[in-house]
Unconditional design. Sequence first.
Length: 270
Amino acid sequence: MATQMFEGRGHAAVYQKYRFAPGKELQQTILSYLQEKKAIPAELAVDVGCGSGQGTHFLGQHFKKVVGTDISEAQIQEAKDTPCMPNISYLVCPAEELPFPEGSVDVLTSFTAAHWFHTRRFMREAQRVLRPGGCVAISTYTMEGVSLRHGDCSQKLTEIFRECWDKILEYSHNRIKCVLDDYKEIFEALPFPDKKRVTDIYDQIPMTVEGVIGYMESTSPYQTFKEKDPKAATSLLQETEKRMLETMGVSSRETPVEFWVRHVCLLGCK
């Protein structure tokens, strides 16, 4: 079974508010591959581990029918409560037990979620549900690739972010190792001979100071930290926000900041 981390309604609400959609460069990487493999146009795309639907919305612009799936009822409820295109629907199920007939799915995606799956069982399920010629696109982003940019204080802002993130990372689940290893383990498990791993996709995500702090709050290591020591966890984010604002010379949490991430994307064709 998949590792279940994002179960609570409170956590799901924070996740929905602060998690960002796939960036433009990642989107283009995926779409270009699907066009190359003639997987577009297609009838059905399934977004596995969809959370509150950030990646699912992107797929809705390019496919006739899109289904987002997640093991967390709270996440799916957040997704359903968020306005979306009429061709998008959601359902609760494990990544390793997808309720689709054999060979019925054209494109299978997962955005920043595959490290929580039982890799071998998920790959077997992907092999089952994809049609011949169907494609997979599995991606994540790495905190090691994050940089914050604002005027002439970008280096200092990035240092403040990483100091905070390093403390949060002490509470990370062992499955995070897959992310730190650029999804190498998951790539090797992809059961398709026609596959590639792209590790140098950089995207600028529109953010504010509040958004950066909220993003860190939405992560699973922070939620674990908060459960074990709520006072210290809350204090860490408050102090980090204060340091960011002081460094930028501003007082508003709504001040824009460039949030740059590095994506890793696994692409394969059955």
